[in-house]
Design a protein around this ligand. Structure first.
Ligand code: BV8
Length: 252
């Protein structure tokens, strides 16, 4: 291994190499190296005076629909300028190698799909999709009258991003599939998440309570760290390619 690739515990490599059902949960940290600010990063520029938790709520949208819509419009423009990184791409390769692979993401940036991941469970929706705030149904085109936010062509209600805000329910099918996979897997990778937001943060515990090997990939400690069997303390864009390299060539 050259000085750049970190030493990985042989036990960790052995556990991942032998995984029958690998579940991966990702958070904003896996997109950080693509240039997407995480929730913990101080908000930049125009949004510096807001905390995400203050903007990502239905109450904030009711109170200041224009500010919330424009925050998401700014994030959508940012997404259009960034690319998946080595961390996202490594998960695409892992998906090919493991008998059963479930990718669960808290991110709304669509970078896993752009990297080539096929079966992505989006717990918190996707910023590229828009829905009617009143009808809660997707809207893919609307008249641009200059009004911000734009209006639903069916009912005239305000349009909003198709993401899950704080104090909103997660898509029932997404959280059900995520729970089922977390309870059935033998190895669980938690990557780039502060492990603070529920119910996503409970998923690695659902896995470890049923004997799964939990691995955390994060430069910092989180509430999960003490409960993880292994941890790769570094950026996902470095640690995940190192893990893949340590697994050796794809068999067959
Ligand atoms: C719900 C979409 C039920 C929108 C998001 C008290 C206790 C427990 C729970 C609660 C509570 N009070 C309220 C709740 C519930 C609440 C919650 O959990 N609050 C927390 C803050 C306490 N949860 C909810 O409201 C959820 N819904 O519970 O509904 C309900 C509903 C109605 C009626 C009754 C019951 C909905 C939560 C979803 C919110 N939406 N996102 C958008 O994107 O705008 S949350 C958003 O923040 C993310 O999606 C993610 O889930 C969350 C945390 O972000 P992370 O992804 O973890 O990123 P973060 O910035 O925090 O951390 C980055 C990490 O990466 C760091 O650890 C860093 O070290 C690391 N990192 C940095 N660089 C790298 C790296 N790692 C690797 N490589 C690197 N290069």
């Amino acid at each position: 291994m050259n000085s750049r690739t970190p030493e990985l515990a042989e036990e960790l490599v052995h556990a991942v190499r032998g995984a029958h059902h690998l579940v991966v949960l990702t958070g904003a940290g896996i997109s950080a190296e693509s240039g997407v600010p995480t929730f913990r990063d101080a908000q930049t520029g125009l949004w510096a005076k807001f905390r995400p938790e203050e903007l990502a709520t239905p109450e904030a949208f009711r109170r200041s629909p224009k500010v919330v819509w424009e925050w998401y419009a700014w994030r959508r423009q940012l997404m259009a300028r960034v690319e998946p990184n080595a961390g996202h791409r490594t998960l695409v390769e892992l998906e090919r190698r493991v008998p059963q692979f479930t990718l669960i993401t808290q991110n709304v940036d669509g970078l896993h799909q752009r990297a080539g991941s096929r079966n992505v469970i989006e717990l918190h929706g996707n910023i590229a999709r828009t829905k009617c705030f009143e009808e809660d149904t997707l809207v893919d085109r609307w008249e641009d009258t200059g009004e911000v936010p734009p209006r639903c062509p069916r009912c005239g209600g305000r349009l909003r991003p198709d993401v899950v805000w704080f104090n909103e329910m997660l898509p029932p099918e997404a959280i059900a599939r995520a729970l089922e996979a977390s309870r059935a897997c033998d190895v669980f990778l938690s990557i780039g998440t502060s492990a603070l937001v529920h119910p996503a943060a409970s998923l690695p515990f659902e896995a470890s309570e049923r004997g799964a090997t939990v691995v955390e990939v994060n430069p910092d400690d989180t509430p999960l760290t003490a409960h993880a069997r292994f941890r790769l303390r570094g950026p996902a864009g470095v640690m995940l390619p190192a893990l893949l390299a340590a697994l050796g060539p794809a068999s067959g």
